[in-house]
Design a protein around this ligand. Sequence first.
Ligand code: AHR
Length: 499
Amino acid sequence: MKKAKVIIDKDFTIAEIDEKVFSSFVEPLGRCIYGGIYEPGHESADEDGFRQDVMEYIKPLNLTLNRFPGGNFTSTYRWEDGIGPKKERPRRVEVAWQCIETNEFGLDEFAKWSDKNGSDVMMTVNLATRGVLEAMDCVEYCNFEGGTYWSEMRKKNGFEKPLNYKYWCLSNEIDGIWQVGQKPGREYGLLAKEAAKGMKLIDSEIKTVLAGSSSPGQDTFPAFDVEALEESYDFIDYLSVHHYIGNMENDSANYLAKPMVTDRYLDNVAAAIEFVKAKKRSEHEVYISFDEFNTWHSIAREERFEKKWRVAPPLLEDTYTAEDALALGGMLLSVLRHADSVKIACVSELVNCISHIRTRNQGGCWVLPPYYAFLHYTQYGRGTALLTKVDSDVYDSKDYKDVPYLDAQAVVDAQDHITVFAINRSLEEQLEMSLELRGFEGYSVKKHIVLTADDPKATNTEDTPDAVKPAENGNARCENGCVKAVLDKMSWNVICLSK
Ligand code: AHR
């Protein structure tokens, strides 16, 4: 059996966890929207065409923000196409995903859907192929009280009150060669600064998000981020970075180590921000918006080019399995561990496309195993992140050395309830965890939830939706100020403690 020791101490905290790290991302890509959150005529659709069977899985996540509309989609998007009467909206070529966009669902529909869902919207404007003025117009449409062209248009379209969107992404992955309108860091930084300036002159309450690196593997990381930040620092509030991990090599031990790359990446991004702040002698704080991350295996397969110009085809619908729950879980623990620097985090995406909520057009809705890791994170991850010291047995995988079998992160909430998230990465053996509670007295284990499967590739389908799901059957117990637990091989664990 593998072994690991953990220490948490009431006096050693990382930071309060921002509510905005419990967010997601919705893009008109594949069936994320069409056939996902929106399908008029579906038996569960409401009067606006919003699927309620899908909403039932989204609601418990209690999402703070949903980023919209992209994503790569944004780079050739005209936001005005998605407002007003649907029959007047243009059908367009959508080059990022090689599809036809009908624009039946746009800004107006997303505003309604978000309202029903109880979450806020983080808008992305197109600075790749459009300019400062179009971005400012969008702010005027969404947030200006009234009496102007765009604010009156909003009212005419059914939104009397301003939508008051606070968070605005200044384009998406503009460092990427795949992006129409790709720009070098300095050029983009100058443009983003002017856009942020103009947008903030319309609404001084908004916060702007600079598009940083799209992955730690980009040759231009972190120079792109530093250069863009240097040109725009005082006008922006967040730096967006993205990260996807996958098991393309079909080597589970190697795959489960990949959240360590996320940890290092977020450390480096935080350091890049600190570097620019110091160089500029600035008091202004810029935080990380980790507004796309997830597991993604088909990233290397260009399925969008196989059959072009379809309307909402199934794209990027990987079959996510039990091992993906642990991989995503590791990324989520990394977000909590970076609570001092990561203040926005969006799992990408919400439905069907790279997602764990899956639907069939005119059919059912079910969830894949990683959904539960995200659900637990949103349910038990709110509060303050505690410094969680782990001393674990380790292994070497194909690409990584000294990978701790145990990944763990603890959180304490406002009522002093403690949650310990723990992942046993071992594919073969149980792991004996002993966690010392320093400064926390009189606690006992209230719940120990376990998500595991005999087969790392086990998953759920429409016909077998409960094949992999969590159970409250863990064995954690408190003994003399220590939590002792034997964690199943390849398991995701949530241990809830209170007095
Ligand atoms: O989420 C899918 C795509 O991944 C997004 O459109 C893009 O930003 C990223 O490359």
